[in-house]
Design a protein around this ligand. Structure first.
Ligand code: FUC
Length: 820
């Protein structure tokens, strides 16, 4: 390179590559002034299939790698064939009040030694930069608007910059290293992994690592991975030695990371992982860095840009993200909440892409071979919670992997239904994994819950309500119907009231004082089945199917136990009045009817509404991360914005720093702390923030149902509702100023607004009359609750609202403004 070219290069690098010239932080950025010193400080990037945690350490960069199908074991099942003959006795023991004996029998005859496989780490790409131990001007960010990680720092007057992203269109993770002076990049690159089988250097400076997943509980590890990192230097020299690639004095280095496994689907492991891995790499290496980055950002923003949120600004926003989390409880920082909301959307786009696996307990980010709870799918709350933001926060495509998992569980769960219970249809219990196991996991106390599939099935129906797509409904109807068939065979009549109940079961992971958890007719089970039968009957009607069968389903639905209000005025968790006001258990399963379901309403069932509120007050606020995320949604549904805000503060409490007060919270990297890291808390709270601003489960689109005092002014765009409406709105002093509604399906759009509104073009709005005739907005025909004579109920004082009907046409947009 001649002198002129060198100077030109330096100018170009300075102009285009140096984010130090940009302002630190920004509305949609997580940023830090030091490298990550542990995993909970590292930052996640992902393309749904591949995940990486990036530390941003100047001298020793670590990029920890995951691939979503790398799980221990191989295709397997965990149905205990002895279950069937024990079933009648277990049921009798429960009805006789012999709970310990019943639990013992379940543990001996219904549980197996297989509790599911583990999601496992692939390994790391390690980059060492000699002489970079002493640096200045350190800056590290995750830009969630572009899904790009960047770090910069200076050593000996040279500014170094690293960028990392995980591309969905090109299926590789891309790392680029630059400096603002030519010839300054010298590094060694290597890979390692706890489950590594071989490592070598291929032609073209590519490190290849292979590995095999672990054997767990006697199930032999059969998932093979092939991971390659190709190092491409511009300028300087490159060499290889002891399984490392060494670059000296380059101007720029780009590293392409490709990983593939032999996984095809939950029954099949026949992909040639080496060919697949090489194929991704070959395609990506033909593209320039700029092209890779541009197509990555475009694919990501197609989803991300659909929703924007502004809750107000604050000077705090100038501080590093970990400091803002630390100070959140006592500083006004509404921008941290909007950042957290958008981070939840970032995480869902990055961990759950169409055609792939659903986000597990850690999404796709896991550094361990033995993660907490195996990082699998806990389907008695956690997996469902992961998907609460999907439809509402305009990421319906991200919901698809979950829908696919439910379809697969309906296949594997059919055998479980037959083998364990001699029933038709399909069933799963409280956990599953990539092999779609559907038997009892962990032991009777936690796992004897044959309701996981029934809860997951609600997602099939909800997706339809948002899209109105009957072709899609055709594809999931058999799954809904088959879920009902299971309970048609499995439900039994309880002796006292002759209700039809699920037995044996538990109210997830909780037990009445002094008793095992095992029971019959837990409130949550009844609520879930009420929804399952209601939705399946509706789906059958819409599709013109199974008239005689739905008649039977209706009879079953009518014989399910009603909700009951106990002696403390609480919603009963169990069929008998056994709750304790001192019970602080993290699961609040019986409030499933309040959220995510819509069986409890301040307008149509005030007693239940009050009972749910009493229950939640008894349970208290601070808990595990996901539990607090759920409580944000509960308080939003209870129309108490300030209490929901209190829960957001509890959730945004820094964990791992000096202010750790026990319980869950948020790590410096903004990931949820159960603790340990569990991603459901992020997703639950993201959904809860949306729920505070807009609800659509109770017969109308309700604007600002639970606005806290902290968010006086704001705006949000792009939220979705059932019936295919997309809404954007602004508010000032707690009053809605402007609403824009896009109608994708037409039909009546009923809205509930705290203040009076009118059409922007002066046509007056019609007050709502009668029932909302939009079929996607129906409210359930809930039975009257049974109320204990000892219960003292509190009044439900509702702030008056304005209810309007807008007859919309498909494809049109309607603008409303605050009435002058
Ligand atoms: C359930 C919860 C725990 C944890 C685990 C993954 O067992 O009760 O709190 O979230 O799932």
């Amino acid at each position: 390179m001649n002198r002129f070219n060198s100077v030109l290069l330096v100018i170009c690098i300075l102009l285009f590559n140096n984010p130090l010239h940009a302002e630190k932080g920004g509305k949609l950025k997580l940023w830090y002034d030091k490298p990550a010193s542990n995993w909970n400080e590292a930052l996640p990037v992902g393309n749904g299939r591949l995940g990486a945690m990036v530390y941003g350490d100047p001298a020793n960069e670590k990029i920890q790698l995951n691939e979503e199908t790398f799980w221990s074991g191989g295709p397997s099942r965990n149905d205990n064939p002895d279950a069937l003959k024990s079933l009648p006795e277990v049921r009798q023991l429960i009805f006789d009040g012999k709970y310990h004996e019943a639990e013992k029998m379940v543990n001996e005859n219904m549980v197996t030694d297989l509790h599911g496989s583990m999601y496992q780490v692939v390994g790391n790409l390690n980059l060492s930069f000699p002489g970079h131990e002493n640096y200045t001007g350190y800056y590290r960010e995750l830009d969630i608007e572009k899904a790009v990680f960047t770090t910069t720092y200076q050593v000996d007057g040279v500014t170094y910059t690293r960028e990392v992203f995980a591309s969905q269109p090109d299926q590789v993770i891309v790392v680029r290293l630059t400096a603002d002076q030519p010839g300054k990049i010298t590094l060694r690159a290597g890979m390692d992994g706890a489950l590594q089988k071989s490592i070598k250097i291929l032609n073209n400076h590519t490190i290849e690592m292979t590995g095999l997943s672990g054997t767990h509980e006697g199930v032999q590890g059969k998932v093979k991975f092939n991971a390659r990192s190709k190092i491409v230097n511009t300028g300087g020299s490159v060499s290889t030695a002891s399984n490392e690639v060494r670059v000296e004095n380059a101007n720029e280095v780009v590293i392409l990371i490709s990983i593939a496994t032999n996984f095809v689907d939950y029954k099949t492991l026949t992909t040639n992982e080496a060919e697949k891995c090489a194929g991704f790499l070959k395609k990506a290496e033909n593209k320039s860095y700029d092209d890779l980055k541009a197509s990555h950002i475009k694919a990501y923003q197609k989803y991300f840009n659909r929703v924007s949120l502004d809750l107000g600004t604050s000077p705090e926003a100038k501080l590093p993200t970990d400091i803002r989390i630390r100070d959140f409880s006592h500083k006004h920082d509404p921008e941290l909440v909007s950042l957290y909301f958008q981070f939840g959307r970032y995480l869902l786009i990055s961990s759950s892409q169409p055609g792939g696996q659903p986000a597990n307990l850690q999404g796709i980010w896991n550094e361990s071979t033995h993660p907490a709870w195996d990082s699998k799918y806990t389907i008695n709350i956690n997996t469902e919670m992961n998907y609460w933001p999907a439809e509402k926060c305009n990421l319906p495509e991200m919901h698809e992997p979950l829908i696919q998992m439910v379809k697969e569980l309906s296949e594997s769960g059919r055998q479980t239904a037959q083998t364990m219970y001699g029933a038709r249809g399909w069933v799963t219990h409280h956990n599953t994994d990539i092999w779609r196991i559907s038997g009892v996991v962990d032991g009777a106390f936690w796992g004897m819950w044959p309701m996981g599939g029934a809860w997951l099935s609600q997602h099939l129906w909800k997706k339809y309500l948002y899209s109105g797509d009957t072709e899609y409904l055709e594809t999931v109807y058999p799954v809904l119907k088959s879920a009902c068939l299971f309970y048609q065979d499995f439900l039994i009549e309880e002796p006292t009231n002759k209700w039809l109940v699920v037995s044996p079961s538990v109210s997830p992971e909780n037990a009445p004082a002094g008793r095992p958890s095992i029971c019959a007719g837990a409130t949550m089970d009844n609520q879930i089945l009420f929804d399952l039968f209601t939705n399946t009957i509706k789906a059958a009607e819409l599709l013109g199917k199974d008239k005689a069968l739905t008649k039977e389903f209706r009879k079953i639905k009518d014989r399910l136990p009603p909700m009951q209000i106990g002696k403390y005025g609480q919603l009963q968790e169990w069929m008998q009045d056994l709750d304790s006001p001192d019970d602080k258990h993290r699961h609040v399963s019986h409030l499933y009817g309040l959220h995510p379901s819509n069986q409890i309403s301040p307008y149509s069932s005030p007693e239940l509404f009050d009972a749910a509120r009493t229950t939640l007050n008894h349970r208290g606020d601070v808990s595990t991360g996901w539990s607090m995320g759920w409580k944000v949604n509960f308080w939003a549904r209870l129309l108490d914005g300030n209490h929901a805000m209190k829960l957001i503060k509890d959730q945004l409490t820094l964990v791992g720093g000096e202010s750790n007060r026990g319980g869950g919270g948020t790590y410096p990297n903004f990931l949820d702390a159960h603790p340990p890291f569990q991603i459901d808390g992020n997703f639950g709270c993201t959904a809860g923030i949306a729920e505070m601003l807009m609800q659509s489960h109770d017969g109308a689109i309700h604007f600002l149902p639970a606005l806290p005092d902290d968010w006086e002014n704001g705006k949000i765009s792009g939220l979705r509702t059932p019936g295919g409406f997309e809404v954007s709105f602004t508010w000032e002093d707690g009053q809605v100023q402007q609403i824009e509604i896009n109608s994708n399906l037409g039909g009546n759009c009923r809205i509930r607004v705290p203040n009076a509104m009118e059409f922007a073009d002066n046509n007056s709005l019609s007050p709502a009359t009668g029932e909302n005739n939009n079929p996607f907005f129906d409210t359930p025909d809930i039975k009257e609750p049974l109320i204990s004579e000892r219960a003292n109920l509190n009044p439900v004082n509702l702030t008056p609202t304005n209810l309007y009907d807008i007859q919309t046409e498909k494809g049109k947009t309607y603008t409303l403004i605050k009435r002058k």
